[in-house]
Design a protein around this ligand. Sequence first.
Ligand code: COA
Length: 203
Amino acid sequence: MLPLSSLPRSLLPALADLHMAIMPTLLADLGSEVVLRYFENAAGNNLVIAFVATDDRQPTEILGYVLGSPDPSALYSKLRQPLGWFLGQVLKIVLRRPTILIQLAHSVLSSPPANQMQPGQLELTYIGVHPSARGKGVGGQLIHTFAEAARRAGYTSLVLSVETDNPAAIALYEKVGFVIRETFQEGAYHRHRMACSLAQTNP
Ligand SMILES: CC(C)(COP(=O)(O)OP(=O)(O)OC[C@H]1O[C@@H](n2cnc3c(N)ncnc32)[C@H](O)[C@@H]1OP(=O)(O)O)[C@@H](O)C(=O)NCCC(=O)NCCS
């Protein structure tokens, strides 16, 4: 398990590809160049806590990743710089899928109160495991490594949003000690906001 900041830059495209393949949210809808830029920005941001699990026998194979921040919206805002580049990416996607404009407008104009961060909180923004590596404890290891790093960095709780129709992720989160605090609609997504005190993370 490597911190994202130590992952060789040459592996960032593979990480972005894995994200695109398994995380069907607005970020992935914006296309591979935007997703790659997101991970490049995250790797250079010292507020981000993120780890990548690689295969011991083939260290260039990415098995899974976890990424979080106390200010997740800053990572999305940074994608808009330089603005010309970002608008070009959006235009490419809009020409292929005009309905994405509705989702984009929703995400820019509305920020559900459930997503607002409190002092001492770290958001677990993304966690994902390659389909061929699931059910073997990789997700559990990633989340424990993430929680331990968050505790060491002085955070008191973790928060996250998860689609209500994602039983595998919800079971993983509940096993670690997350509880559902709120259920809400965010654009096209029906989500739970879950929280976990770092004093009570289950081993
Ligand atoms: C959710 C995810 C990260 C779990 O990764 P994983 O490596 O398969 O998880 P683990 O093998 O470490 O399992 C840990 C625990 O999670 C729960 N869990 C994992 N997969 C599950 C499934 N398919 N059904 C029910 N519970 C499941 C179990 O409680 C499991 O503990 P157990 O094995 O003792 O029963 C993985 O399924 C994934 O990448 N899903 C797609 C991306 C995603 O939805 N991410 C979350 C977005 S919010």
